[in-house]
Design a protein around this ligand. Structure first.
Ligand SMILES: Cc1ncc(COP(=O)(O)O)c(C=O)c1O
Length: 388
């Protein structure tokens, strides 16, 4: 395999709920959740059943033919999507969902500039990478990235306003920046962006690839602020582990793309659609959105008390079960030591530990995570010779 991924010393062979088992049978509480994919848990029985049933009927079906499972999924998404967002393009990943959003915004407005945010992450295909801020990902390819993307500091409305020109088609933003360090949009920011977009004839694109489907304690993170986007991008958790993404937009916006102007061979394939139907059912039937809210607040309190206790910690940020714990040190060692104790955590930049556990995780499992982390922090402070 190409050496593109930073590897951790776990060979996972089986998963159940919030637990991953390695090749030796060792169990890990999975707070990485496949970077936010395993929201309904690993191998949720309803998702497994849906995949099994569908793969015996029809696995592939190009978008140029109709399909019953795809239709069922489109209906389910339209039911839970923010009001007014009723046209859906199905793809296979978050980056693809963003590509479609960019093209739709440009086509609809007839303009060609996009404002994105400092610290943003929208994927690594060339269009999505043009909207992604991190110089580490951009610099090697800077010469072939699109020059019509500008970056404004996240949370600074006046700076966004300064970046607007007569050519600005859209503003793209994550309501909570995930890869950038788990930063929640400050009060008034998204509301202000909505207003600016309306005043200047620009579209507001919310990238909910990481925040969507209940992760933050609301079905869509945008609901925390009561702001409706014109286009929304989703993926990750949507397929219960199967690759699927969607761009969801107002009908008039989607209709601006003509037949053939944006397609995907695998997009909307029945197998991924069956998994996504089951995933959405599970999220609703098992009240996972509410669960993210209540478990998230308990867990964040546990982390806050650690921030008071350990000098190497700086702060806790997040909503629901999308949480970042910022340290004053590189967290690599903390991640490795946690793995030894049977907990898989995630980076969000060099010094932020990110938690994206399945929403089906139990209170006991979260307590075990907190306990293991506390032990690791004690060790880490003593290794770094930091004393209270
Ligand atoms: C907010 C956001 N947008 C887009 C993406 C890209 O998704 P994918 O890796 O499925 O292309 C990610 C992935 O982490 C993300 O967090």
């Amino acid at each position: 395999m190409a050496r593109f991924y930073q590897k951790f010393p776990v060979c996972a062979v089986r998963g159940e709920g919030a637990i991953l088992y390695d090749v030796n049978g060792k169990a890990y509480i999975d707070c990485m959740g496949g970077y936010g994919v395993s929201l309904v848990g690993h191998c949720h029985p309803k998702v497994v059943k849906a995949i099994k049933e569908q793969c015996e009927r029809l696995i592939a079906c190009h978008g140029s033919l109709y399909n019953d499972k795809r239709a069922e999924l489109l209906e389910k998404i339209a039911k839970i999507a923010p009001e007014g967002l009723s046209k859906i393009f199905l793809s296979n990943s978050g980056a693809e969902a963003v590509e479609c959003a960019i093209k739709a915004a440009v086509k609809y407005t007839g303009k060609h500039e996009i404002i994105s945010m400092v610290r943003s992450f929208h994927g690594k295909t060339l269009g999505a990478l043009s909207a992604t801020w991190n110089p580490k990902y951009r610099e090697p390819f800077e010469k072939i990235l699109n020059k019509n993307f500008k970056f404004a500091p996240f949370g600074k409305l006046d700076k966004v306003e300064e970046a607007i020109t007569g050519n600005t088609a859209a503003v793209i933003v994550e309501p909570i920046q995930g890869e950038g360090g788990v930063y929640v949009a400050p009060h008034g920011f998204l509301e202000g962006l909505r207003k600016l977009c309306d005043e200047h004839g620009m579209l507001l694109i919310f990238d909910e690839v990481q925040t969507g489907f209940g992760r933050t304690g609301r079905m869509w993170a945008s609901e925390h602020w009561g702001v409706k986007p014109d286009i929304m991008c989703v993926a990750k958790a949507m397929g219960g582990g199967m690759p699927i993404g969607a761009t969801i937009a107002r009908e008039d916006i989607m209709n601006s793309l003509k037949v053939g102007e944006h397609t995907s061979t695998f997009g909307g394939n029945p197998l991924a659609c069956a998994a996504a139907c089951a995933t959405i059912d599970v999220i609703i039937e098992e009240n996972l959105v509410e669960r993210a809210r209540s478990l998230g607040s308990v867990f964040m309190n546990a982390l806050r008390s650690m921030v008071d206790e350990f000098r190497i910690l700086r702060e806790v940020r997040g909503l629901g079960l999308m949480i970042g714990l910022e340290a004053r040190v590189d967290i690599h060692n903390i991640l490795l030591k946690s793995i030894e104790r049977g907990v898989i955590l995630l980076y969000s930049g060099k010094n932020v530990v990110r938690f994206l556990p399945p929403l089906v995780i139990s209170r006991e499992q979260l307590s075990k995570v907190a306990e293991a982390l506390r032990e690791v922090l004690v060790e880490e402070e003593s290794r770094l010779k930091i004393t209270g």
